[in-house]
Design a protein around this ligand. Sequence first.
Ligand SMILES: *Cc1c(COP(=O)(O)O)cnc(C)c1O
Length: 355
Amino acid sequence: MEKIAVTLSQNLKAKPEDESKLGFGRVFTDHMFLMNYEEGKGWFNPRVVPYGDFALDPACVVFHYGQAIFEGTKCYRRADGGLQLFRPEENFARMSRSAERMGMPHLDEALALEGLKALIDVDQDWVPHNDGASLYIRPTMISTDVHLGVHASKTYLFFIIMSPSGAYYKEGLKPVGIYVEDEYVRAVRGGTGFTKCAGNYAASIYASEIAEKKGYAQVLWLDGVEQKYVEEVGSMNMMFAYGSKIVTPALNGSILPGITRKSILTLAQQLGFEVEEKKLAMADIFEDIKSGKCTEAFGTGTAAVISPVGELAWGDEKLTINGGEIGPVAQKLYDTLTGIQYGRVADENGWIVKL
Ligand SMILES: *Cc1c(COP(=O)(O)O)cnc(C)c1O
C-alpha cells in the first residue's frame, strides 16, 4: 500500500470551546485527506494536508454534470478517552457501489480507511468529549477532467473532511413532524436512489424547503413510479413498529441502503424483536396508525441514529403517533446502538474499529 504523506498545518485553528453549541457541519478540523486517480494508474498520492481551498478549473466535469458522491460516518470518543469508528469499511464499500453507478472508479477501500485513520490521528483532539457529540466524517469523490463533453472523467479526486458535531438531541429523543411528499419524487426505478450521489440531494432540496415552510422537519418520499409506497425520509431510512415487530421498506434500488438500517435490523433481532422487510403502502401505514396497530414510526441514519416520528401529514390528513412521544422500541434500539458506538455496550457483532 502506498505510504500516506503527512504535512502538518502551521496554523492551527482554535477548537470550539462550548461543545453544546457545535451544531452540525459548520466547523472543520485542521487537516484533510486527499488522493488522486488517473485512468491506467489507479489511486495515487495519498496525503494528509492542512485543510484548505481547492483550485479547480471551471470546466471540470463535476461542476457541469455532477459526477460527485459522498459518504457520512462518525468517530466516537469513549468514556475512557479512546476513539472508535463504527463499521467504516461499510461506508467505503458503499462508496464503491455509488461510484460504479456514476461511471466513477471504485475506491481503493483499504487505502481510504488508512487515510481516514491517519487523518484522525493528526486531528484526534477535535473529537468531542460530550456524550452524544462526535466527529462527523465526510468522504467525497469528484470528477476533475477539464472537458465539457458528457463523458466519464479519466481523473478523480477523493477527499475526507471532518467536522466536530454536537449531540443531535439536546433534551432526549424528540419526535419530529414529517410531511409525506406526493408531488415530487426523489428516485425512480433504474435511477440513482441507492447511491449517495450529490444529485439526489440537489433534487430533494426544493421539496424539503416547502415542507419546512409548512412546519415539518423532513419529507417522507414515496416511490417514484406509483407514488404509493414508502421509500425513506430525507437522509434516513424508515421503520415502523407494530408492537414488538419492526417493518421497513425492502431495498429496491431506489432506497439508500443505510448502514444504520442494516445495524438496527440485526440488533432488533438480537434483542428479540421480529423484523420484516417488504413493500409498504403508505395507505396501509396510515390505516394502521389510525387503528393503533402501528405503534411507532422512526427514521434511522448516521446523523441522528434514530429519529422518532411524532406526527405524519399526508394530503389533508395529519396523524399523531404514540401521542407525539418516543416509544419503547425506538428508545431501546437507540440506547443499544449508541451504547455500542460510544463503548458503553459490548460490541458482539465486530462493528467497532478501535483507534
Ligand atoms: C445516508 C442516507 C441514509 C442513511 O444511511 P446511513 O448509512 O444509515 O447513515 C438514508 N437515506 C439517505 C437518502 C441517505 O443519504
